[in-house]
Design a protein around this ligand. Structure first.
Ligand code: GDP
Length: 369
């Protein structure tokens, strides 16, 4: 039709002719936007999903400038992390930037953890992990942005701690920050609907401002990429294994020394020594695990990666960096974490190795569960 359409983000007139001009939206996206009643121009769409700043790295001047500005403001800082990938969620040095401001820590994706696990325990664990990073949150909240759990509670906490101040929401990409913001907007408790965007002074970064009823704003900041996350090294169908959508069903393995478990061909776990032991694997329920002898594991991988050992497919494997090995001596009940993919919980007095694509964080932490 000839109906004139407007972007619900910036208000620009939607057009599909000139990609370099305001309001550009590919025709397919216009159709989809009308169906879902969420029609954004490409720029706003990208902004909302942060692809616009996809290349920003952790030392990027703009991002540091943004953090400095937040530190100098009088505000409540809401730091969203992914509880499934805490280490891949940390903003390095955030505690140095917050200044005198309070930080409310939000552990998102709570739907992934076993329901039997006490929420108070997860919160305690999150607080401890934050403390290790130098961050002293005023409170901790657990949410599931995709399932809509505990959003009301989060809004209450924000209201309690902001004390008439602006609220900055910060987080690295993939923690579910945009899903959460969209939930908050839908909930609308004490938040007006009008969304505006503006630029952080002295940067190329845009912020999204959602006004509270008292004239202050909830300000969504661009996410920054944390290169340790598995998601950055995957393409195609394999990506979904780095973003589970369902409660993780732990898998228990009885292992002898000298056994290996392949996680598709995305990663690998070697049980080196420590006697017979049981380990518990926490990964996307559909990620196929394959047990074999450590002795033959290299040859096995060479032969079966991308075929018997999937994901990824052989084609996708070409774009994935080679697996690199990290060895650990485990002295207390610990998790061997493959950043963004999941973890294996281990008994003390064992020696293990974890392999992941070069660049992906592999580390040992105090057991979460
Ligand atoms: P952002 O980059 O931080 O804005 O993250 P997105 O909102 O784009 O979400 C990143 C990925 O995490 C997407 O695949 C989402 O579907 C997923 N996700 C977001 N919130 C949740 C959640 O609460 N639980 C689960 N299981 N996945 C989520």
């Amino acid at each position: 039709s000839n109906e004139i359409l407007y972007c619900i983000g910036c208000g620009a007139k939607i057009q599909s002719e000139n990609p370099n001009e305001l309001g550009y939206t590919p025709e397919s996206a216009v159709k989809k936007g009308l169906e879902t009643e969420e029609l954004y121009c490409q720029r706003c769409f990208r902004l909302r999903h942060y692809n616009e700043i996809a290349d920003v790295s952790l030392t990027d001047d703009d991002f540091l400038r943004l953090l400095n500005q937040i530190g100098e403001s009088d505000s409540l800082i809401v730091n969203v992390v992914d509880i499934f990938d805490f280490n891949g969620s940390v903003i390095p040095g955030l505690h140095r930037f917050v200044g005198k401001n309070d930080v409310l820590l939000v552990g998102n994706k709570s739907d992934l953890l076993p329901k039997s696990l006490k929420r108070s325990r997860i919160k305690d664990w999150l607080r401890q992990e934050a403390n290790k990073q130098g961050l002293r949150p005023i409170d901790v909240a657990l949410t599931s942005a995709s399932k809509g759990y505990e959003i009301d509670n989060l809004l209450e906490l924000i209201d309690k701690y902001r004390k008439g101040r602006d609220v900055y929401v910060v987080g690295v990409t993939n923690v579910g920050k945009s899903t959460l913001i969209n939930r908050i907007i839908k909930q609308q408790t004490g938040i007006s609907e009008l969304i505006t965007t503006s630029r952080f002074p002295g940067t190329t970064l845009d912020k999204i401002e959602i006004p509270f009823d008292d004239g202050k704003n909830l300000i969504d900041t661009p996410g920054i990429i944390h290169k340790q996350q598995m998601a950055h090294y995957l393409t195609g169908k394999s990506l979904k294994f780095a973003s589970p959508q369902k409660e993780i069903k732990p898998k228990v393995y009885q292992l002898n020394e000298g056994q290996t478990i392949f996680l598709g061909s995305l990663a690998r776990f070697d049980y080196i020594s420590g006697g017979r032991t049981s380990v518990i694997a926490y990964f996307d329920n559909n990620l196929p695990l394959h047990r074999t002898k450590l002795q033959n594991a290299d040859k096995f991988y060479e032969k079966h990666a991308g075929e018997l050992l999937q994901p990824p497919t052989r084609e996708e494997l070409k774009k994935m960096p080679k697996l690199t090995r990290f060895e650990f001596k485990v002295s207390e009940k610990s998790d061997l974490v493959f950043s963004g993919l999941g973890w294996i919980s281990l008994s003390p007095n064992t020696i293990v190795a974890g392999w992941a694509p070069e660049g992906v964080g592999v580390l040992i932490r105090k057991a979460m569960i």
